[in-house]
Structure formats: C-alpha cells, structure tokens
Design a protein around this ligand. Structure first.
Ligand code: SF4
Ligand code: SF4
Length: 419
C-alpha cells in the first residue's frame, strides 16, 4: 500500500462553503505522468487533459461526483483529496467540552486492517471500536444501526410503489436506491427528471447524524450543541454529502466532520496506538446496535438484498427461511435478476456499480424501456468496499470484496433459522 500521507490534504475543511464549489479531489500536476488512467476510470469526464504534455486535472467541480476512483487508481499517487477534517478532529478530541461521536460505515471495518498489515478484507470491527475509544471518542455509535433503519424505510417505500403502481399519487417504478452520494449527485446533475424514481430515504449516515443529535443526545443527557458527529466512510463523496446545506434536520449541522478509512488509519498511527494489539470491543448502546443485513450495505447488491428480504416477507406474507438472496450479490457492472415472491409474482431488480453503467440504466428508464421494479446503484465498482476512501493498492481490491462476501455468508449461516 502506498503511504496514506501522500494522498491526504494537510489542511482543514472549509466551513460554510457551498460544497458544489469545492474540488474534493485534485491532481498534483508535478507528479502526474500523463498515463490517462484517471480519465479512463472517470464516469463523467470531469478529469481532463489540460496542456500539451497531457497532464490531467479536475477542471470543473460540478462535473465531478467526488467518487475518488481516479485517486485510488492513479498509479503515480498524483491525485489527492481537497478536503480533510483530520486536524480539526484531533482538536475536538482534546477538547473536554466537546462530546465526540463516531459513526463508521460497514465497509470501513473490512478495509482498515490492511493499513496495519492484515490481509486485505480482514474483518477488524472489534479493533476499530477499541481504536476509536483510545482516540478519545466519547460515544462509539455505528452507521450499521441506520443501515438497518434504511432497509426498513427503503423496503417499505418499495412495497408501497409496487403495490400501488399506476395509482394516482404513487411515485414511479423503478425505484432507485439513494444511499450512494456519488450516484445521487450524478442523477441530480445529469438526469434531474429521474429524481422521482430515487428513494425518498436519506442515506444511513444522513439518518444517523440527526438521530445522534436528537434521540442519542436525549438518551445520553448530552446538549446537542456540544456534540460533534464524525462520519467515518470508505468514501470521498460522503464528505460532500455531509456538507450539503440541507443536512441540518437536528437543528444543528447533522454531520460535523467526515473522514475516510485511510484518514482513520492515519489518525490511529499518529496517536501511537498499537492497532494490532487492541482487544475486540463492542460499540456503545443506543445507536451502536445492528443486524447482519446492515453489514452487506458495503458490497454491491447489499442494499438490494437487505431491502428484498423485507419486501419478500411483506408481499408474500411468508417467512424467508434462507436470508441469502445471492443472485443480487455481484461484482459485475450490471446484473439483472428476477426474484419470485409467493402470492405476488416476480420482482425484477438490477444491481449496478460504476457511473458509466448507471448512465446506461438511466437512459433505459428515460426511454420507458426499463423492466425493473428496483435498481441499486453504487458509484464505485463493486460498491463501498472499493470506495475512493479505502486503502489504495488496486491489486487487492477484488480480494477485499470476496473476503467481505465470505464473512457475510458465515454470519448468515450461523443465524439461519432451523429447518
Ligand atoms: S492517473 Fe495519475 S498520473 Fe495518470 S494521468 Fe491521471 S493524474 Fe496523471
Ligand atoms: S472523483 Fe470520480 S467523478 Fe471526480 S474526477 Fe475523479 S473519477 Fe471523475
């Protein structure tokens, strides 16, 4: 793995700035070797040749979905992040008057261990919770809690759209997922007419920020104004999401800071914590609990599978004996599947990752040719485990994905109801 510091911005995130005007990734043109890899992986054409030497640069923040795929794929380490909350977070962790809350996403715990020499994809959730406590976080809450909430909300929305399809006032099919901020910016920017198709649910972190500052604050007797919520993501685009002006339903900023897996590893190393010797610890109660369905949010097909489990049981009125709907787990760009639901019929779904693939599905929906009820879209190939904020070595990403799936399968098999 290349050094974490090499791609990390060394300054604080701007406050009160329109996130649409920020360059979340930038090219160090002195390091650029003009190989063109970034342009090949970019799904929107945001990164372009800027001179006769074929040096690349992100020329327009509006065209950039902040996915970070150019950054993790640049073979010369020439692309770095334009926004970092690390310095500010270190200050907040030292401040006795600030209650600092952690909110790590499912995929972070499958990427973090690699930064400390563990084989790619090793599950280090317990050590991650322990490290967050050692860093000085006051509450170790977990984004898996609201991944579960998202499943209930998004699954219920899908059931409503399917049952009432064609009736006046019903939102249209297919329903798109809404948890990936790169995809959401993409559809807002390039296909705004498709917004009624996008789930009305916030992303898991979009739900956890306000829940932390309302329910969580109430349960722990904390003044919301003193609370500093930290979204910890495998992603660069989540920094953009956390800064969106509308993310203030709690009456405060819902998300005060966003860091990614690389930056968390950097902080643990900088604080002198021996990560590998840490014991496994649990998150804190109230907003730290979750089910196995939340974990699979980190892989392509995971949101779809979790929501389908709910939809299956509600639409069929039958218990789903085997919770694995493996047909939607995929590392392919687009996979379509038919899920047979007793007493209902067939639910047609598609799972898509990568923005170029998303473009194809959007065109299909706009042409009225989409056969699907539900489409999951993730901007990064393979989903969040391959996000732009994860450890970088491209040779190991496929194995990260396989390892996560294997772990998820083991968890489900252990919980399978008896026949
Ligand atoms: S991938 Fe990196 S080195 Fe290659 S053109 Fe893009 S910025 Fe330059
Ligand atoms: S962050 Fe994503 S959208 Fe932006 S330039 Fe890089 S690859 Fe393109």
């Amino acid at each position: 793995m290349r050094s974490i510091e090499g791609v990390m911005y060394q300054g604080n995130a701007p406050k009160g700035v329109d996130p649409d005007s920020i360059f979340f990734v930038q090219v160090d043109t002195d390091k650029c070797e003009a190989c063109g890899t970034c342009e090949e992986v970019c799904g929107t054409g945001a990164i372009k040749v800027i001179n006769d030497d074929e040096i690349r640069q992100v020329v327009d923040p509006a065209a950039c979905m902040n996915c970070g795929q150019c950054l993790v794929n640049c073979p010369y380490g020439a692309i770095y992040e334009g926004v970092s909350y690390v310095d500010e977070l270190f200050e907040k962790l030292k401040d006795p008057d600030t209650v600092v809350v952690s909110m790590p996403a499912p995929a972070v715990r499958y990427g973090l261990g690699e930064c400390f020499g563990a084989p790619t994809g090793t599950y280090v959730g317990g050590k991650m919770h322990a490290a967050l406590r050692k860093l000085g976080f006051d509450y170790i809450w977990d984004n898996e809690f609201t991944a579960d909430v998202t499943i209930m909300e998004e699954g219920t929305e899908l059931i409503g759209r399917v049952k009432n399809a064609g009736k006046e006032g019903t939102l249209p099919l297919p329903q798109f997922t809404s948890c990936c901020p790169g995809w959401v910016k993409f559809v807002e920017s390039f296909h705004p007419e498709l917004l009624p198709h996008v789930s009305t649910c916030k992303s898991p972190i979009g739900m956890l920020g306000p829940l932390a500052k309302t329910y969580g604050a109430q349960e722990t007797g904390t003044k919301p104004k003193k609370m500093y919520t930290v979204s910890i993501m495998p992603c660069v685009a989540k920094k953009y999401e956390g800064m969106r002006p509308e993310m203030d339903d709690s009456g405060q900023r819902d998300i005060d800071a966003t860091i990614n897996t690389r930056e968390l590893a950097y902080m643990i190393k900088k604080a002198g914590i021996n990560f590998n010797s840490l014991p496994d610890e649990d998150p804190d109660p109230v907003l730290g609990e979750s089910t196995g369905a939340a974990t699979i949010f980190g892989t392509s097909g995971g949101v779809m599978e979790a929501a389908l489990r709910l939809a299956y049981e509600v639409l069929s009125g039958q218990k789903l004996n085997d919770p694995d709907i493996k047909v939607v787990r995929t590392h392919e760009g687009i996979r379509a599947a038919d899920v047979k639901v007793p007493n209902f019929g067939t639910v047609k779904v598609a799972v898509c990752s990568g923005l170029s693939n998303a473009q194809k599905l959007c065109e299909e929906v706009k042409a009225g040719k989409s056969p699907y009820h539900f489409i999951e879209i993730m901007a990064c190939p393979g989903g969040c485990v391959n996000g732009g904020g994860q450890p970088i070595d491209p040779d190991v990403r496929a194995s990260l994905f396989r390892s996560m799936i294997a772990k998820v399968n083991r968890r489900y098999n252990a919980r399978k109801p008896e026949a």
